[in-house]
Ligand binder design. Structure first.
Ligand code: NVA
Length: 315
């Protein structure tokens, strides 16, 4: 059966660990053959489509570079030209694509769009960000923690996320973090907290992995003693019309030196980027000694290569 990666809990804890292990190996050797016969997974080259309906830099570049490094051909499709679901149905588009490419990574709006694609696709479909999840970013974030602390240190790590706790990053931290056995704490203002079903699912996973899930309106409570602290923009792609109303509620959740001081002294700072210095994070924090955001950005490449190789291997 074709495996897809549409949300963080599409990988079991053991599968997520296998992908992270592979990601660490690819960090050490970018051109690792990954197979006994010495071939790279996309040798041929086989094409992989990267389609984007939203702005992108890191995701497009890391997918394109990663596909090339796996021996394949990155086919970048501008969603504004393809107009999937408008010019042609999602199902018909997918039936055309899956006869030509070996995998599809799609950045789009509603999660239901990518689910519709995966329902008919005969090749792996990867969520390259939707309104609801950003699972490739969480793999890169976990890889970054593993890079600095070791893979075995992931279970039991206390991870705090502050800011817009109802966005795609928050959801993915909940599910992906729980899968890795993290103690995930998310903090945001009333009205910007994760929905109950998401929290319940994360708690269910945490029950299997030994992790835990805390949701709070207190940034201080979330960050207290944390090993890793993360934040994200207060205005996600698609939320631009609410920029004004989103300017006010988040100030108590700004990741600044004072808030970071309540985390563990050696806490790592993550931000998926793009970052808005002086808004969700201050310059002294993101550019400071505890920040590992550039490793995190690089790890998109290694994590997605590992994911692609792993998914293709399952098919
Ligand atoms: N929450 C952000 C993540 C950007 C990588 C957004 O969706 O715009």
């Amino acid at each position: 059966m074709t495996r897809h990666f549409l949300r963080d809990d599409d990988l079991t804890p053991a599968e997520q660990r296998a992908v992270l292990e592979l990601g660490l190996a690819l960090r050490d050797d970018r051109y690792l053959s990954l197979s006994k016969d010495g071939r790279r997974p996309l040798e041929g080259p086989r094409a992989v489509a990267f389609i984007t309906d939203k702005p992108t830099l890191r995701t497009q570049v890391s997918f394109a570079a990663g596909i090339a490094e796996l021996g394949g051909f990155p086919l970048v499709v501008d969603g504004n030209l393809a107009r999937i679901g408008v010019r042609e149905s999602i199902a018909d588009t997918t039936r055309v694509l899956d006869r030509q490419v070996s995998a599809i990574a799609w950045r789009t709006f509603g999660q239901e769009r990518i689910e519709e694609m995966a329902a008919v696709s005969r090749v792996p479909v990867i969520n390259a960000l939707t309104d609801d999840f950003h699972p490739c970013q969480i793999l890169a974030d976990l890889l970054t923690v593993a890079q600095h602390r070791g893979l075995d240190a992931l279970p039991g790590t206390t991870f705090a996320y502050v800011g817009d706790a109802a966005n795609n990053m928050a959801n993915s931290y909940l599910l992906g973090g729980a899968t890795a056995g993290l103690h995930v704490r998310v903090a945001g203002p009333e009205g910007f907290l994760p929905d109950g079903a998401m929290v319940a699912r994360a708690r269910e996973i945490a029950g299997e992995t030994g992790g835990s899930v805390t949701v709070t309106t207190s940034a201080k409570e979330a960050v207290e003693g944390a090993d890793v602290v993360a934040t994200d923009t207060w205005v996600s792609m698609g939320d631009e019309a609410q920029a004004e109303e989103r300017a006010k509620p988040f100030w108590d959740y700004q990741l600044n030196a004072e808030l970071l001081a309540s985390a563990a002294p050696d806490a790592l700072v993550l931000h998926c980027l793009p970052a808005y210095r002086g808004k969700e994070i201050t310059a002294d924090v993101i550019d400071g000694p505890q920040s590992v955001v550039w490793d995190e950005a690089e790890n998109r490449l290694h994590a997605q290569k590992a994911l692609l190789a792993w998914l293709l291997e399952q098919g």
